[in-house]
Design a protein around this ligand. Structure first.
Ligand SMILES: [Zn+2]
Length: 317
């Protein structure tokens, strides 16, 4: 009887210790120190189209992020560069502790975070080769496990875009704030992209439909300011000033890097690249990998003043 009481007391104490440990682990999982403590964290991910939140291991999440953000058929070192970008980008978001809908840590909405595709959805979208493609992405994530980019000891804002068109853009020319690692660099590797050069033709009616201030049949456009890389910063359209970004949105242009000609009342826009042009050029990364550059060399080309670090969450795994 005494033994039984003693054992019961022991079980209760052990139970309490277990509850405390679980609580501590949950607390750690919600805080940035997690990345120093030795366990790969679980994150909560908001899926905006399904309007639901899932719980997933961080490195598993990266497989879905890379699968959604870069063609899986790209070279292995381009996929590895993308994995490091996606990991660094996500870590920065986690450290900011900004909550997404449903109090999630991250979101798959590209307007506020980076894209993610569930492996089952990826298989449906790639019915023929999904196993091989997914195997390649897993390999890229696993072989860069934990690797992130830092500048002055902080994870960088690892922005990337599809195709720069020959030169990337510096952050200050897009978002007003210059960052030492987001400068404009030459890219000789993305000519393979179908977005490298595009031509769009707009009729007067299309312009009237898309641009509110445009109401006359006499079209007059003047580029009044360009960025250091040559992208359009400000323009006048029939004497109304628009930013390059507004104009791009109104006409759904692939980028802000364009020139134009007017022929028979039609506006012809010749664009270069696709996306904001800041950070890593994904097609350029693929071209560099085809040329034999490894993922670190690729990333060092597009991001200046960076160092690599490995998150130590494998210590206790
Ligand atoms: Zn490029």
């Amino acid at each position: 009887m005494r033994n039984l009481r003693y054992n019961r007391k022991k079980i209760i104490i052990l139970g309490l210790i277990l509850i405390c440990l679980l609580g501590l682990w949950r607390f750690m999982a919600r805080n940035e120190e997690t990345f120093e403590l030795g366990h790969e964290p679980y994150i909560s991910l908001y899926l905006h189209q399904k309007d639901e939140t899932i719980r997933i291991k961080f490195e598993e999440y990266l497989i879905g992020a890379v699968a959604a953000e870069m063609p899986a058929s790209f070279e292995m070192d381009a996929l590895k560069a993308q994995a490091v970008c996606a990991r660094t980008y996500a870590i920065k978001k986690l450290l900011e502790q900004k909550k997404f809908p449903q109090q999630a840590d991250l979101s798959d909405d590209i307007n506020s975070c980076q894209a993610y595709i569930d492996p089952a959805d990826f298989a449906k979208a790639n019915p023929k080769h999904h196993k091989e493609l997914l195997r390649r992405i897993k390999k890229a994530v696993e072989e860069t496990r934990g690797v992130i980019m830092l500048c002055n000891g902080e994870p960088i804002d690892a922005l990337y875009h599809s195709t720069c068109g020959g030169r990337t853009e510096k952050a200050g020319d897009v978002w007003l704030k210059d960052l030492p690692y987001l400068n404009s660099v030459v890219c000789d590797y993305c000519a393979q992209s179908k977005h490298y050069a595009t031509v769009q033709v707009f009729s007067t009616q299309q312009l009237k439909n898309n641009i509110a201030c445009y109401s006359t049949d006499d079209l007059e456009i003047k580029i009044i300011e360009t960025t250091a890389s040559g992208r359009v910063k400000n323009l006048l359209i029939n004497n109304v000033k628009l930013s390059g970004e507004e104009f791009r949105r109104l006409l759904n242009l692939p980028s802000n890097w364009w020139n134009f000609e007017i022929k028979k009342g039609k506006l012809i826009i010749n664009s270069r690249g696709y996306g904001h042009g800041v950070g890593m050029c994904q097609f350029g990364a693929n071209g560099m990998a085809q040329d034999g550059n490894d993922y670190k060399k690729i990333l060092r080309h597009y991001y200046g003043h960076i160092e690599f670090n490995k998150i130590s969450y494998d210590v206790l795994d």
